[in-house]
Write a protein that binds this ligand. Structure first.
Ligand code: PXG
Length: 445
């Protein structure tokens, strides 16, 4: 079956790779191997074409095989494959930071580079603590996250995140002093909402309760995803994010938006904060920044944060933090080429153009057996299936695998099927994606 792959991945050849977030034994017994990609499609190792319904893993926003990006990366590797950014610099790192600052929500024009979403989150948390300390509020060290939140896999990210598996396994090793807001997923009130749910804004008021409990003077920042992806797509109720912003302002608490999946056009503008008209103090990004081609993340901070840190002796390192590969030249080249594509093809706003048709398509699944909720916003869609009795996730997994066998790649989290296609998707491909999913749901008990 996998004859085109070299070396031939026989069962034992699959053993050495300890796969991330994967049921390794189940996968290796029945592997799904991707070998090539172009435009909206992957091809499997045995030559089958698969429509990419998830932009790889929410990152290939401009579609696959973009030669502009590979050429820019190849050119950069030939010119200078690496240059340090500790006490040294290279021009395209500054060029990229300036380009990003010009795309950013108002004031978020100081950019720190990382290699992933997880690193972006841990960087943002460290910036928040260091900022408060620099302004004489060193006792502000607590963070408020949210149930069901996903902020990557670093110890900071899993601490502010609200994934039960992380809390079960690593709970005693997490950052101290973190509390959580309630999540906003409520099928009783909001099932089958189109776009943002209208019920639930009041859940933001729980922040006042946590502030009363811990005292504002101990809290550094609140961190939330404007739209949660990994938890199975959880949308903010209308007015919810604005309310969080008001409460943070009132108590001098920083608001961090984790835009790792919502950034770079996923919901119709460059960033979710621009769509929702709520500006955070810090914004974390990764994924779509380089169209998934080279690992890179970026943390955007308000200028007031950067300025507050620029003190002490001139020779002092103001933020004691950084990665060998912060602003790696190949990643910078990839990001610049990606931003050119987004601009030249209008991709950062294309989700807004497609979202009404996308919403209709996704909601056409309503009424199929086992479908208990459908959620959508921008070019994000999720279908929640009723779990099989005593077997949570089994139905979702079966649907995911059957979709793949029928030539469509979706993403499964428990019994939620999530979709977040490349922003270049055409209406006929939306129809194919959703019709395949419908057929599979019909055929899955
Ligand atoms: N924050 C958010 C909001 C994310 O969605 C991360 C941080 C971590 O990024 P890295 O680059 O360290 O993985 C993420 C990652 C899914 C899925 O299908 C989502 C992510 C990763 C893998 C799968 O829901 N998001």
């Amino acid at each position: 079956m996998n004859a085109e792959l070299k070396p031939d991945p026989s069962r034992e050849n699959l053993d050495a790779f300890w796969m991330p977030f994967t049921a390794n034994r189940q996968f290796k017994a029945n592997p799904r191997l991707l070998a090539r990609a172009e435009g909206m499609y992957y091809w499997t190792a045995d030559g089958r074409q698969v429509l990419d319904g998830v932009a790889g893993l929410w990152c290939v926003n401009a579609g696959h095989g973009r030669r502009e990006i590979s050429a820019a990366v190849a050119g950069q590797l030939d010119t200078m494959e690496f240059a340090p950014t500790f006490q040294m610099g290279h021009p395209i790192a500054f060029e990229l930071a300036n380009r990003l600052a010009s795309l950013a929500p108002p004031g978020l024009d100081r950019i720190f580079f990382t290699n992933s979403g997880s690193e972006s989150v841990d960087t943002a948390l460290k910036i928040a603590i260091a900022y408060h300390r620099a302004r004489g509020a060193g006792q502000r060290t607590r963070f408020i996250g949210r149930e069901k939140g996903y902020h990557g896999v670093g110890f900071g990210g899993i601490s502010v995140g609200g994934m039960v598996n992380n809390r079960k396994i690593y709970g005693s090793s997490m950052l101290p002093g973190v509390d959580h807001l309630p999540h906003t997923l409520d099928l009783g009130h909001n099932a089958f909402s189109r776009g943002l749910p209208h019920w639930g804004m009041h859940l933001a008021n729980d922040l006042e309760r946590l502030i009363a409990l811990h005292d504002a003077s101990t809290i550094a920042a609140v961190i939330v995803e404007p739209i949660s992806g990994s938890a199975g797509v959880v949308l903010p109720p209308v007015g919810y994010l604005k309310r969080l912003r008001e409460i943070c302002d009132k108590h001098d608490i920083l608001l961090i938006f984790d835009e790792v999946i919502t950034g770079f056009g996923r919901i119709g503008k460059a960033f979710a904060s621009q769509v929702f008209d709520v500006t955070p103090d810090i914004m974390t990004t990764a994924k779509g920044l380089t169209n998934g081609s080279i690992p890179m993340g970026a943390v955007f901070s308000q200028r007031k944060i950067y300025d507050a840190m620029m003190q002490g002796p001139e020779n002092a390192i103001e933020l004691f933090h950084g990665y060998t590969y912060s602003a790696h030249p190949a990643a910078c080249a990839a990001a610049l080429a990606t931003l050119d594509i987004y601009r030249n093809e209008g991709l950062l706003t294309r989700a807004a153009t497609l979202s009404a048709a996308w919403e209709d398509a996704v909601h056409s699944l309503r009424g199929l057996a086992h479908v208990i909720d459908i959620r959508n916003f921008g070019l994000i869609g999720a279908v929640e299936l009723e779990p099989r009795a005593g077997k949570p996730g089994a139905r979702g997994y079966d649907v995911f695998v059957k979709c793949f066998e029928r030539g469509v790649m979706v993403r499964q989290t428990g019994d939620v099927i999530a979709m977040s296609p490349p922003l270049i998707i055409e209406p006929a491909q939306i129809a194919h994606l959703v019709e395949t999913l419908a057929a599979v749901i019909r055929d899955t008990g």
